[in-house]
Design a protein around this ligand. Structure first.
Ligand code: NDP
Length: 288
């Protein structure tokens, strides 16, 4: 059986990587990009260039969008709304939950169905071992296109709320970006006394890999709403947070991140949860 044809709109690094994987897997791919020259390389590799947005929509029943944000979707598809009826739009662009849900309504108003997605790897890893993508929206639509979507990464369906894929994506990036800032802050602290990033690296690596060890127990406590402080209490961890802030001030480096961390512990202690486990911080984060 021949593979389904796919239209891909948005040829930044991610879109181009997806086109290459889809072509490699035997899908016919029609492409369109605002800056037409960005399609040249993938067209040379076998993709078909659509003359305009209407042509791109007409070419296939499924259209993947890989754009900077959801506004770009309106800027593009808004020029050819007559061609949207009966189409499935798989939007792999990042944006807020509210804008994502609005987009589903806008597309439905034009007779199209939205499937949202959040790609969890950089362009070089699209379609490679370990790549995965969160999807949400209609389960039936997801199931219909799942074999094609598998080409760009393991497709993980997370629910029918259109915003869920965005929220999973942002939750993962929340951990990623905050951890990178923490790593750089820690490195700057050691740099302040002449220790190089390279000297610190093995210890930082060790810390990152140990971190996941805490999650099974933490997730259990968070879901149960029970935070026994027998191992690491809020008071003990809060004292350390205070020392990190003090060390940062002494070093003359940025204190924004340690202040934010210390504030979580301070609030937990002020509200009488000093003897709880650090997982009780979730209550203060949920309701600041
Ligand atoms: P780029 O910013 O490089 O590409 C964005 C695409 O959007 C380009 O094709 C650009 O067109 C188009 N675009 C932006 N604004 C408009 C507009 N107003 N009208 C028409 N077209 C527009 O993004 P990436 O390829 O890096 O990323 C795409 C999506 O994937 C983003 O949402 C990003 O958050 C997400 N993502 C990116 C990752 C990465 O490592 N890069 C990793 C995981 C997810 P033009 O070429 O004309 O400028």
């Amino acid at each position: 059986m021949s593979k389904i044809g796919v239209t891909l709109v948005g040829l930044g690094p991610m879109g181009q990587a997806m086109v290459r994987k889809l072509l490699g897997a035997g899908h016919a791919v029609t492409v369109w990009n605002r800056t037409a020259s960005r399609a040249d390389a993938v067209v040379a590799e076998g993709a078909t260039r659509a003359a305009d947005v209407a042509d791109a929509l007409a070419a296939n029943g499924v259209v993947i969008l890989s754009l900077t944000d959801y506004q770009a979707m309106y800027d593009i598809l808004g020029t050819a709304t007559d061609g949207l009826a009966g189409k499935v739009v798989v939007n792999l662009s990042s944006d807020t939950p509210a804008r994502t849900r609005e987009a589903a309504q806008w597309l439905a108003g034009h007779g199209a169905e939205l499937l949202t997605g959040g790609v969890m790897v950089p362009a070089v890893l699209v379609g490679e071992e370990g790549a995965y993508v969160f999807y949400s929206g209609s389960r039936e639509v997801f199931d219909r296109y799942e074999p094609m979507l598998r080409v760009i990464g393991r497709p993980d369906y997370v629910g029918d709320d259109y915003a869920l894929a965005q929220l999973y994506y942002q939750a993962q990036l929340d951990i990623f970006l905050t951890s990178l800032s923490a790593y750089m802050h820690a490195t700057a602290l050691l740099n302040s006394v002449g220790v190089s990033a390279e000297s610190f690296r093995p210890y930082a690596e060790d810390n990152f890999s140990m971190m996941s060890m805490y999650l099974p127990e933490a997730a259990k406590q968070i879901d149960a709403g029970e935070h026994p402080g027998d191992g690491a209490s809020v008071v003990m961890m809060g004292a350390t947070a205070d020392h990190i802030l003090g060390a940062s001030e002494e070093a003359g480096i940025d204190t924004g991140l340690p202040k934010a961390v210390k504030a979580h512990y301070d609030r937990a202690i002020e509200s009488g949860h000093g003897a709880d486990s650090w997982t009780s911080l979730i209550e203060r984060i949920r309701k600041p």
